[in-house]
Design a protein around this ligand. Structure first.
Ligand SMILES: *Cc1c(COP(=O)(O)O)cnc(C)c1O
Length: 475
C-alpha cells in the first residue's frame, strides 16, 4: 500500500468513526451474537497475496462490528467505563502515524519530556503533592506489579532480583478482601505467592479494611519471622467501590516500615474534583498511587498513571542497562534525562502521553470536572429512585458513581437466582448493559455511570428498562 492511500482511507475511516460514535446508541450494547460466529466467518489461513483495503474494510463492517460489545455506547453501565473521546482518538491516530518508541529519552526526546510534563499536570489535577513523580503504564495491573516488586526489593534489601526468593523469609503483602484481583496476580508473578497475600475483612460505611486487624496481622507476621513488605490500599474497589482509610493505613505502615501502594484505578479520576478527595484523605503519605485515565478521564485505553514518591527505588528495581541501551553521557536523573523503560516492566513503550495532552488541553480541568460531577449526581438520583421503588432494594449506596441493587418483589423465593435471571434478560435485551457482583454473599447488580457520551436521559431510560424487564420476568 502506498503512503498516499492514507489520505483517502484516513478520510473514510474518520468519516466512519464519526458516524459510528454518533449512532452507536442505536446498536445493542452487548452483541447478541453466539460464540464462534466471528471465528467461522474468518478464513482459516492468511492470504497469500495482498488484498484491497476496500475488501478488508468491508469485512471489518460486515464481520467484526456486529460481534462487538460497544464500550462507547452511552448506555454501557457495566464493569467500569473505558472512555474514549474525540481528542483522544485523533491523538491515537497521530501516535500510530509517528510510530515512535518511547523506551529511552534519546529514542524520542519530546515524547519523554511531554510525558514528564503531562504527568506533572495530572499530579496537580488530582491534588498529589509535588514530591510524586509520574510515569504512564499500560494498565493498573502492571503498575501494581511494579509497586509490589519495588516493595519486595526494599524489604529484601535489594537481594530478590539477584538471588531469587528461595531461602529468603516470606515477603508479606496486606490488602482488604475488596482489593482487585490484580493484587493477587502481582503476588503470583512477583514470586511473593498467594499464601503471602493477607486479606483482611472490610468494615463500615465505605467497606474499608479493618485497620486494627491489619496491624495485628503485621505484628503477628513479624513475630513469626515473616517479612511484611507492603499494604495495597483500595480506593474505589471494583465490586462496590470500597475505600480504605488511607491515612490510618499509612500511619500503620510508617510504624512498621512498609510500602503503601494506593490502587485507585477507577476512582482516581474523580480526584480532579476537590470535594471527592476525602475518599483518599492521607494519600500524600503513600509511596505509590495508580489510577487509569483510560477508565474515567476520556483517554483511550491504554493509559495508566503511576505515581511514585521515590523513583530511585523503582529504577533500582526495574532499571536494567545492557550496553545496547546505554545513552552515552547520561545516567538516570542527571541532566533531567529520564529513560521511562526503567520505570516500567516492558522495554518498548507506546507514545501515550500525546493523547493525554490532547485530552487535558481540549477539555481543560473544568469540563473534565463537570463530567465527573454529572455522573456522580446522576448516580445519586438513580439511587433515590431505586430506594423508593417498593420491589427493589438499594444494596450499596453510590460511592462516586457506582451503586448496587437487587430486585426484591414481595414473596420472591431465591433472590440470587431471580437477579441472575434479571441481569441475563437485561443484557440479552441489549438496550442497556450491566454486570453483577457478590456483596456480603448476595448476588447484586452493579450500576456504574462513566461513559463519555452518557446523558442524564440515558440513566432515566435505563431505570425504566430495568423495571420493565424485572416486572415482566416469569416468576
Ligand atoms: C480496573 C481496575 C484494575 C485493573 O485495571 P487494568 O488497567 O485493567 O489492569 C485494578 N484495580 C481496580 C480497583 C480496578 O478498578
Amino acid at each position: 500500500m502506498r503512503i498516499e492511500e492514507i489520505r483517502h482511507w484516513g478520510a473514510r475511516i474518520a468519516d466512519w468513526a464519526a458516524r459510528y460514535l454518533s449512532t452507536v446508541r442505536d446498536r445493542p450494547v452487548r452483541t447478541p451474537q453466539a460464540p464462534g460466529v466471528t471465528l467461522d466467518a474468518l478464513p482459516a489461513s492468511p492470504p497469500r497475496k495482498g488484498e484491497d483495503l476496500a475488501a478488508i474494510f468491508a469485512d471489518f463492517e460486515r464481520v467484526i462490528v456486529p460481534g462487538l460489545t460497544h464500550w462507547q455506547h452511552p448506555r454501557h453501565f457495566a464493569y467500569f467505563p473505558c472512555n474514549s473521546s474525540p481528542p483522544s482518538v485523533l491523538a491515537e491516530y497521530l501516535t500510530a502515524s509517528l510510530g515512535v518508541q518511547c523506551m529511552l529519552w534519546q529514542t524520542s526526546p519530546a515524547a519523554t519530556e511531554l510525558e514528564m510534563r503531562v504527568m506533572d499536570w495530572l499530579r496537580q489535577m488530582i491534588g498529589l503533592p509535588d514530591g510524586f513523580h509520574g510515569v504512564i503504564h499500560d494498565t493498573a495491573s502492571s503498575a501494581t506489579l511494579s509497586a509490589l516488586l519495588t516493595a519486595r526489593e526494599k524489604a529484601l534489601a535489594w537481594r530478590g532480583n539477584a538471588k531469587g526468593l528461595s531461602g529468603q523469609p516470606a515477603v508479606r503483602v496486606y490488602c482488604s478482601e475488596q482489593a482487585h484481583s490484580s493484587v493477587d496476580k502481582a503476588c503470583w508473578i512477583s514470586g511473593i505467592g498467594q499464601d503471602n497475600l493477607v486479606k483482611l475483612p472490610s468494615v463500615g460505611k465505605l467497606y474499608g479494611v479493618d485497620t486494627a486487624a491489619l496491624e495485628r496481622a503485621i505484628v503477628a507476621d513479624k513475630e513469626a519471622g515473616h517479612l511484611p513488605a507492603a499494604i495495597v490500599v483500595s480506593v474505589g474497589g471494583t465490586s462496590v467501590g470500597a475505600c480504605d482509610d488511607v491515612r490510618a493505613i499509612c500511619e500503620i505502615a510508617r510504624r512498621h516500615d512498609l510500602h503503601v501502594h494506593v490502587d485507585a484505578a477507577w476512582a482516581g479520576s474523580a480526584m480532579i474534583c476537590p470535594e471527592f478527595r476525602d475518599l483518599w484523605n492521607g494519600v500524600e503519605l503513600a509511596d505509590s498511587v495508580v489510577f487509569n485515565p483510560h477508565k474515567w478521564l476520556l483517554t483511550n485505553f491504554d493509559c495508566t498513571a503511576f505515581f511514585v514518591r521515590d523513583p530511585e527505588a523503582l529504577v533500582k528495581t526495574l532499571g536494567i542497562r545492557p550496553e545496547y541501551l546505554k545513552t552515552p553521557g547520561s545516567t538516570v536523573g542527571r541532566d533531567g534525562i529520564i529513560n521511562y523503560s526503567e520505570w516500567s516492566l516492558q522495554l518498548g513503550r507506546r507514545f501515550r502521553a500525546l493523547k493525554l495532552w490532547f485530552v487535558i488541553r481540549a477539555y481543560g480541568i473544568e469540563q473534565l470536572q463537570a463530567l465527573i460531577r454529572d455522573h456522580v449526581r446522576w448516580a445519586q438520583d438513580l439511587a433515590a429512585r431505586i430506594a423508593a421503588a417498593p420491589d427493589f432494594e438499594l444494596v450499596t449506596p453510590p460511592i462516586l458513581s457506582l451503586l448496587s441493587f437487587r430486585y426484591r418483589p414481595a414473596g420472591a423465593g431465591d433472590l440470587d437466582a431471580l437477579n441472575a435471571r434479571l441481569i441475563q434478560a437485561i443484557n440479552d435485551d441489549g438496550r442497556i448493559y450491566l454486570t453483577q457482583t457478590r456483596f456480603r454473599d448476595e448476588f447484586v447488580i452493579r450500576f456504574v455511570i462513566g461513559q463519555t457520551y452518557t446523558a442524564e436521559a440515558d440513566v432515566a431510560f435505563a431505570w425504566e428498562v430495568i423495571q420493565q424487564i424485572a416486572r415482566g420476568l416469569p416468576r
